[in-house]
Design a protein around this ligand. Structure first.
Ligand SMILES: [Ca+2]
Ligand SMILES: [Ca+2]
Length: 637
């Protein structure tokens, strides 16, 4: 069922350099030796590393630190930015984990792949208090999509994944040769105030080598415990030998649980934040960025970045005599969504001055740190234009001279940013050489405060609120200067901005339609509903034809649309995805998939043929009044 990649003569359109005669306003300008180095470096196909952090907010590093300075230290990220480009207005494709990761892998907008949140294969009953319910998400990313790993592999790359996956099944099913989904050093402990790693720790021994932070107590620096995510990534790089490589390194930190096995690092932050060490058991409820466990996680992932960069800096590139791997490798550093602000009573971090955080399309939920360094990226530069991780896929294709079919190419949602990366353009340009007009987000999930779609175009950001069916508008910037990126002053009802509301809402609606975005449905359990909901009747399954059928009672509304969802047998319950499995799942049909079902002409019954290897099924039904419901899981036998 997997699509094979055809090597075609047609290449991705690479924009002609002549359009980039616009004024050059990057912070540091290119100087001649860099250009010479850049041209030389392009001779071999470069290695690509995505260094991806879970839940690292825009204000959680010193890079783009505004207003109150962050206490978290990330010396290796600061160093990476000095050798590459810092993107001050970088965005994740979604405000949560799975959709951002899937969007990078497929290059397609989460709205288009209908992979918009982490609630995979969730058919729980909705609350009585909510008028709307989210669409159903498949149990795993559709394996028919061409992934960037597939594309690079077909071009001779060795592909490796280390750490968190969270897209369903395992990375082995999506084009990765090397798979290690170990949690590394980030794993729950019974009591996080004690039991820190030691030099003799059997699984996570402390390093002999010392690293930052340096303090009066530890002027030589501190040790770090063994981290499998980092070490397996380095092993993958080392084993790649003569092959160019693509590494997808995804940390489980700085996500909950807020913990560290690094006692010295925790003590450093307790001292810095003026708190006792070890911290008292109980809630870490101080406001702002005062959680020493969270701080330790930020510095731990930064240490990991330092280990990988250090390895690249001291290892010869077997493909380029005289060069180190660091000179032939691009590193794309970013985070899957904005910072998580709380877990229960515990304060994790703080995205202020940005609004909200993870699970919200507001700036706090989608604006993330991003640094890109590599052979052609001018050192110490900054780009202030909008950029999205959806741009990674088309950019990788150009950087690595990888060709994909025209059909797959047409599906990509992002744009090639190599002209920006090379310091040759101050704008992200589309295939026609025009500046990208907007970015959008689609998050039909959560309650009334988060179920929104959003669009950012130049200075403005507009939100479409599904619960109230209206808009919010904020002016983040004015004449390039910070204006209201706190998103405090809603201008949507101000007549002065009505044209902007009209234009942006029109663009957003067009984008939602063009991407076949699935919108929220009416909740049949809602206590305040005003219309009736379809009543489900008899279900049947014919063994010989494997045809499943469900009748609808004539006393209520009929069915307008239906899909069938493949399940395990009703007696089995929900099976865990094969996390970390090194074997790709090759079955054509698997539980968690959803496919169109047949609706009878008058909507009084729905049916589907269930594949032989599928033991159970249910229907997702949308009735004439717009209510969505699931039928009970039935056995396909
Ligand atoms: Ca700050
Ligand atoms: Ca995340």
């Amino acid at each position: 069922m997997r699509k094979s990649i055809r090597r075609l003569k047609t290449k991705l359109p690479s924009t002609s350099l002549s359009i980039f005669s616009t004024t050059f306003t990057l912070v540091s300008c290119l100087c001649f030796p860099l250009v010479a180095l850049a041209e030389e470096a392009e001779e071999i196909t470069p290695n690509i590393i995505i260094f991806y952090i879970d839940d690292l907010g825009w204000q959680a590093t010193p890079l783009n630190d505004v207003d109150k300075p962050t206490p978290y230290e990330t010396p290796n990220l600061v160093k990476l930015a000095k050798s590459g480009m810092n993107f001050t207005q970088a965005y994740s494709p979604a405000p949560t984990c799975s959709p951002s990761r899937a969007a990078i892998l497929t290059g397609q907008h989460p709205a288009k792949t209908r992979f918009t949140h982490v609630t995979l294969d969730n058919r729980k009953d909705a609350k009585k208090t909510e008028r709307l319910i989210p669409p159903y998400l498949e149990g795993q990313l559709d394996r028919n999509h061409l992934t960037i790993a597939d594309a690079l592999k077909a071009n001779g790359y060795r592909t490796g994944h280390s750490g968190k996956w969270h897209i369903g099944l395992s990375s082995a099913s999506y084009g990765f040769d090397f798979v290690n989904e170990d949690r590394g050093i980030h794993r729950s402990v019974p009591d996080r105030t004690k039991g820190f790693a030691t030099a003799e720790d059997p699984k996570h021994p402390l390093s002999k080598e010392k690293f930052p932070p340096f303090s009066e107590k530890k002027p030589e620096g501190i040790s770090y415990p063994y981290d499998e995510v980092t070490e397996s990534a380095i092993k993958f790089i080392a084993e790649s030998g003569d092959q160019p490589f693509f590494l997808n390194l995804c940390h489980w930190m700085v996500h909950w649980p807020a913990m560290t096995r690094n006692g010295e690092l925790l003590e450093y932050y307790c001292d810095k934040l003026g708190q006792p060490f070890p911290p008292k058991p109980g809630d870490m409820s101080l406001p702002g960025q005062q959680n020493p466990y969270f701080a330790a996680m930020v510095t731990s992932v930064d240490w990991s970045l330092g280990r990988v960069v250090d390895f690249l800096e001291r290892t010869d590139d077997p493909r380029s005599p005289g060069k180190k791997l660091y000179e032939t490798t691009y590193i794309f550093f970013s985070s899957d969504n904005g910072g998580a602000t709380r877990h229960g009573k515990e304060t994790l971090s703080d995205n202020s001055p940005l609004k909200y955080g993870k699970t919200h399309a507001e700036e706090g939920g989608v604006r993330v740190p991003m640094v890109i360094a590599g052979p052609t990226v001018p050192a110490g530069t900054q780009f202030d234009g909008m950029i999205n991780q959806l741009d990674f896929f088309p950019t990788f294709l150009v950087l690595t001279d990888t060709e994909i079919s025209a059909e797959d190419e047409a599906k990509l949602s992002g744009l090639d940013i190599t002209p920006v990366l090379k310091g040759k353009s101050t704008q992200v340009l589309d295939q026609n050489g025009k500046e990208r007009e907007f970015l959008f987000w689609h998050y039909p999930h959560g309650g009334k405060d988060s179920m929104k779609s959003a669009i950012r175009s130049k200075d403005f950001k507009l939100y479409k609120r599904y619960f109230t069916n209206d808009y919010e508008l904020y002016r983040l910037y004015q004449d390039g200067q910070r204006n209201d990126f706190e998103e405090t002053y809603d201008l949507a009802k101000n007549p002065k901005y009505s044209l902007i509301v009209d234009r942006l809402s029109g663009l957003l609606d067009q984008a939602l339609v063009a991407n076949h975005a699935e919108l929220p449905y009416l909740n049949p359990n809602y206590a305040g509903k005003k219309k009736p909901v379809a009543k489900l009747g008899d279900a049947s399954f014919k063994k010989s034809s494997r045809k499943a059928q469900l009748a609808i009672q004539p006393s209520g509304p009929m069915i307008r649309e239906a899909v069938v969802i493949y399940c395990d047998a009703p007696s089995v319950g929900k099976k865990k995805n094969k996390r970390g499995s090194k074997d790709p799942v090759t079955a054509e049909f698997i539980p968690g998939m959803r496919l169109p079902a047949k609706v009878s002409k008058n909507g009084s019954s729905v049916s589907a043929v269930i594949p032989a290897n599928i033991a159970g099924y249910c229907f997702m039904l949308i009735d004439e009044n717009g209510f969505m419901q699931f039928s009970d899981v039935a056995a396909a036998k």
